[in-house]
Design a binder for this molecule. Sequence first.
Ligand SMILES: O=c1nc[nH]c2c1ncn2[C@H]1C[C@H](O)[C@@H](COP(=O)(O)OP(=O)(O)OP(=O)(O)O)O1
Ligand SMILES: [Mg+2]
Length: 198
Amino acid sequence: MMTFQQIVLASHNAGKLKELQAMLGDTVQLRSIGEFSSIEPEETGLSFVENAILKARNAARISGMPALADDSGLAVDFLGGAPGIYSARYADGKGDAANNAKLLDVLKDVPQEQRGAQFVCVLALVRHADDPLPILCEGLWHGRILTEASGEHGFGYDPLFWVPERDCSSAELSPADKNQISHRARAMSLLRQRLGLA
Ligand SMILES: O=c1nc[nH]c2c1ncn2[C@H]1C[C@H](O)[C@@H](COP(=O)(O)OP(=O)(O)OP(=O)(O)O)O1
Ligand SMILES: [Mg+2]
């Protein structure tokens, strides 16, 4: 079993930090890579796994600490899995609101039954920058893309993601409820098992 008291989170996304720290509990403290550097590495991988490893290695190198990265995104069936690993950059870096507006527009004539989508999350944990055996855990969350935004919680595409098991948008879930059932929750549950924290 590996024990970590502090891990650096290789993410500049405050929403992820909040969710992941809540899932981990207080035995492991996540520190943001933002404490060490404001430069975000270019996500040049072709998969969630590659980008998660790339971000984790970069953060471990900068901080000198074990590093956890989360690479995630939204894969829409009708779009052949797009925006996928490009989810954060879907509207050319203009941010969450622009990403959501673009997705609603692209899907505006697509009927309910063809609006299936899944959130994907890959977590990568490296003990140090050159770790030859990163721990990788993934989680998927199936839902559908709504025809208009709804809800105020969460971040990113949450207002557009309809959650079948709750019949509401992901942004209408309480943070605690989202953290029980999301793609990130599933990946973190596997990671906790791997670390002997479960
Ligand atoms: O639970 C979620 N609820 C809503 N949207 C979500 C979620 N999980 C990922 N997403 C979206 C946000 C972003 O458009 C993309 C992640 O992109 P991704 O590169 O992994 O994260 P990021 O650039 O925001 O932060 P960073 O790379 O520093 O960790 O997927
Ligand atoms: Mg990113």
